[in-house]
Design a protein around this ligand. Structure first.
Ligand code: V47
Ligand code: SF4
Length: 395
């Protein structure tokens, strides 16, 4: 795809010297400092950030845009924690209105995908006492017994911290048990904002930022891979965002175990922070771009379309994003309850065409970024159906 490169920025003598110097660092593959990152958040325009982030994205991946075929199992939408941004937490008072799946019900969801070409089950939801170490290890075992090749991407340090504490076992022993039971990788949720002063206000009581990072570190040391998120656009400031990115980058330097960074835009429906306005699309795109530029040791930046919407997800592909999650098949409620897509399902054809429509190459991947199929030139059955105007013969 031909998009404006960073040359115009480097030559622009009207641009402040420090912005040109940061652009030069990016072009030279030099690392941005926390001060650079903060300056970008505070001063850089959308055009500047887009040109640089796209340069990095294309240097790493060209036009390749990854996606996977997955579905979610959300064990429950009730939670004993009270994160103010979350529409699940309010349900504890009216627990009977929510769902709390049994093991058999979760296995039934998995079985609904028998024979379908999904490669990953993403398991995440609320925290409740009945979902403990024996429950989850048994669940993972039963999923693997039923469909061994299905990749289990499950639970976050929020659940792990809670269930290991309850079982009185160390993080190390706990994560080893999960691995033995069939856990393949860890999703990036529960990270929110690491800085205590913000975390205590929006996600008080659940694992701290330090504990979140430690559990990922242990998982990486066991040879596992995981993702990382940042929930932005609520009460945090740019300094907190850079602090968050800096901590992710530092851990990645140590372990190399993160695959993907996924910024999560705060959605304001049905939660205690509904009075806060949502971030603008411009801010969302700036945030993707800065993530791409700052996290020089992360291979991928992913847009989660059920939360950000389809159009912004397409736009994000020109602002550093190289991965879209996923076909999902209407199996998550976290975002529809908070103001995102009401029915988050997309066929492979829809997703592929969404990527092609903005001039990129759709590549189906598995969870660990093994390439399954290049969809660049794949024709779909519906392409052959003629949907245009047919002139009738004049008689
Ligand atoms: O941890 C909850 C966030 C996360 C809201 O790793 C909200 O591949 C915005 O982590 N507005 C769960 N965000 C989802 C998640 C995820 C999603 C897709 C892919 C992957 C991956 C991970 O959702 C939670 C929380 O940070 N969240 N409520 C809200 N109102
Ligand atoms: Fe529970 Fe997670 Fe929602 Fe917090 S974000 S209330 S831990 S489901």
């Amino acid at each position: 795809m031909v998009t404006p490169g960073p040359e115009s920025i480097l030559r622009d003598t009207k641009l402040p010297r420090h912005l040109r110097a940061a652009a030069q660092k990016v072009v030279d593959g030099e690392r941005l400092t926390p001060a650079d990152g903060l300056m970008l958040y505070e001063e850089a325009s959308l055009g500047y950030l887009g040109a640089l982030a796209n340069h990095v994205r294309e240097r790493m991946h060209g036009d390749r845009t990854f996606f996977n075929r997955n579905f979610h199992v959300e064990p429950t939408n009730v939670c004993l924690y009270t994160c103010t941004f979350c529409s699940y937490s309010r349900r504890m008072k009216k627990r009977e209105d929510g769902w709390e799946y049994t093991m058999d019900e979760m296995l039934d969801i998995v079985k609904q995908y028998d024979g379908k070409p999904v490669t990953e089950v993403h398991i995440v939801g609320g925290v409740l006492p009945q979902y403990d170490v024996p429950f989850y290890t048994e669940l993972f075992r039963q999923i693997k017994a039923h469909r061994p090749e299905l990749h289990i991407k499950a639970l976050t340090p929020v659940e792990y911290h809670y269930i290991f504490k309850k079982a009185k076992i160390s993080y190390e022993d706990g994560m080893r048990l999960m691995k033995e039971a069939g856990l393949d990788s860890m999703p990036g949720g529960g990270a929110e904002i690491f800085a205590d002063e913000i975390r205590d206000q929006i996600a008080g009581g659940k694992c701290s930022g330090e504990q979140w990072l430690r559990i990922h570190e242990i998982w990486h040391e066991l040879g596992g891979r995981s993702n990382a998120t940042m929930l932005y656009g609520h009460i945090e400031n740019y300094g907190h965002r850079i602090d968050h990115l800096e901590k992710l980058r530092a851990l990645q330097d140590k372990t190399g175990g993160f695959q993907t960074y996924i910024p999560l835009k705060f959605r304001n429906e049905n939660n205690e922070l509904s009075h806060l306005p949502e971030s603008t699309v411009i801010e969302d795109l700036r945030n993707y771009a800065i993530g791409r530029l700052y996290l020089d040791n992360f291979d991928h930046v992913k847009a989660y379309w059920p939360m950000i919407g389809r159009t912004t997800a397409q736009l994000s592909l020109a602002f550093g994003v190289d991965d879209l999650d996923g076909t999902i098949d209407d199996t998550t409620r976290i975002y529809s309850m908070a103001g995102g897509e009401q029915h988050p399902a997309m066929s492979t054809e829809d997703l592929v065409k969404m990527i092609r429509a903005v001039g990129r190459q759709p590549i189906e991947r598995d969870t660990l970024y093994g390439i399954i199929e290049d969809f660049t030139d794949v024709e779909f059955a519906s392409d052959k159906e003629y949907r245009g105007y047919t002139a009738l013969p004049v008689v």
